[in-house]
Write a protein that binds this ligand. Sequence first.
Ligand SMILES: [Zn+2]
Length: 445
Amino acid sequence: MTNKGGIVVSVPPRTDTARTGFDATSAEAGASSGGSTGGPCRFCGAELRHTFVDLGMSPLCESYVEAGRVNAMEAFYPLRVYVCHECFLVQLQEYVTAEDIFTEYAYFSSYSDSWLAHCRDYVERISERLQLSSDSLAVELASNDGYLLQWFVPKGIPVLGIEPALNVAKVAEDKGVPTLTEFFGAELASKLVGEGTMADLIIGNNVLAQVPDLNSFVAGITTLLRPEGVVTIEFPHLQQLVEQNQFDTIYHEHFSYFSLLSAERIFAAHGLRIFDVDELWTHGGSLRIYACHAANARLGESAALAALRQRELEAGYADIATYSVFEERARETKRKLLEYLIDAKRAGKTVVGYGAPGKGNTLLNYCGIRTDFIDFTVDRNPYKQGRYLPGTHIPIHAPEKIAEVEPDVILILPWNFKDEIIEQLAYTRSWGAEFVVPIPEVTIY
Ligand SMILES: [Zn+2]
């Protein structure tokens, strides 16, 4: 027993290993852990032995539970992230195959207004920059519901989407975006090239993290890209994840977490050279890298690229010790959020959620927040309405439910859209609702 802040806490004996089949003691040893390892690095093959953060056991964050399945067994997998000491790729093991995760995917990209505007803006700029025409081909890897490629269509620029999830690919086809329902990799790229298809522009937004066979994916890009072609890839920036404490953006569907340094190394290994980078606000801070064939001397390195590379080096992203401090910050955020919710519930407040994003599911499962704290959440996506959050089984309703219930507290789970959401929910101020955003630290609006 320990006495902390007047609360007596009984510490039970540890039984984690027997229950979960993995050793919790080595996870606590953090970056210096020497016991179990995470298997070979997805990129370079070195044995993974440094834990970046261990978020415990969690269900697949996009496996929303149907009403008829709430009493059924649910699969939980370790959410333990490693960092490679050779190439500094931060990564999860592939506990579940990509086929299991992505063949029916609940994430429809078109449900966020600001994300759609971001994509439209990108299409305008890149079409101009690369002078794309009716003779060009823009290929998007993981094209989802055509949320991005649709903006090329009225410009007369031919497009091809590649999207393994049948349900979202169907929506893209209906928008006039030709879509192949397959997983992209070296094999598919060779097949396409064999059929005479090569790309002037290859786009990959928020897909690189989700690729289990990273080397095959990047090799496929090299194959499919015309000699003068350009590839742009957007991914959440590891430096933002670390500095903004975004541990909730870690989920089983995201196998890898990239710095510019690790991305450059991976692309270089496949004959591609990154020549420019944009820093974006999306997903809590992303990078958009621009790459070309290493042999393409026409495109020189930008000042922005050199500056970011230098910044990462100075911040220690090529030093394994830098990665060992993250776990304690995640734990402290959990304690602060629980502290806030416990106080709110003791004061008799009604608490609901807003949004049902993957990141919300990592947060709620890690923190152990269920309907004991949050009555329900709401989401604009009709696919999620009427279902339950994985693991925590918090019901998901349509956004109108908030006006009906008039809750005291609204916990905003997709914190990257907090400004947009607070604006949409301005009407809740009429009964004095307060907004809580959990990341980077618990903040009340
Ligand atoms: Zn490695």
